[in-house]
Design a protein around this ligand. Structure first.
Ligand SMILES: [Zn+2]
Length: 172
């Protein structure tokens, strides 16, 4: 017995798929940063100005990272942007050798990712200008702001960290 109807006896609904997928955007690793795309655009505005900031709740004083639009501690939404230190300590780190996130190419590996303890918050970030073998937990690191090239016309930035250049060197 052939049956062109679904299990409920009604006609089947037709759904369509997009004719093409915007491939470059799909491979874009970074979020769009203007106020019509994200409610945390102020974080990116500040970063573009050279400041690493995050939100702090004016009701309960909790400092969040990443920046929020509602306080996860007290659900208040009266938040203000506060400056974070630009220097911190490497709390943990690892090296990415394969299994790349979307949008990265083979020539990007290996690279180091770490958790940086800034005091008020810990955040994860790429650690530039160092290889895994050069680093130790507790190493001082400093903010490095990078500009993102394409695929949108937006001027975008993101943060990374790099080891603090210790004067005099520490060659063994
Ligand atoms: Zn709060």
């Amino acid at each position: 017995m052939t049956d062109q109807t679904d299990s409920n006896g009604g006609e089947r609904e037709t759904v369509s798929v997009p004719k093409e997928i915007e491939f470059p955007r799909l491979l874009d690793f970074y979020e769009l940063q203007t106020d019509d795309h994200t409610k945390i655009h102020e974080f990116y505005d500040n970063l573009r100005d050279g400041r690493l900031t995050t939100t702090q709740c004016t009701d309960c004083d909790a400092t969040h990272y990443p920046p929020r639009i509602v306080c996860p501690e007290c659900t208040g939404d009266d938040l203000e942007y506060v400056d974070l230190p630009h220097e911190g300590e490497l709390f943990a780190f690892s090296e990415v050798r394969g299994g790349l996130p979307m949008g990265l190419a083979e020539h990007d590996v290996p690279f180091v990712v770490g958790v940086v303890d800034l005091g008020p918050v810990k955040l994860s970030a790429r650690i530039d200008d160092a290889s895994y073998g050069d680093l130790e937990i507790g190493d001082p690191v400093t903010l490095k702001i990078v500009e993102i090239d394409g695929p949108t016309d937006e001027e975008r930035v993101f943060y990374r960290f790099e080891p603090v250049n210790r004067n005099g060197g520490d060659s063994e």
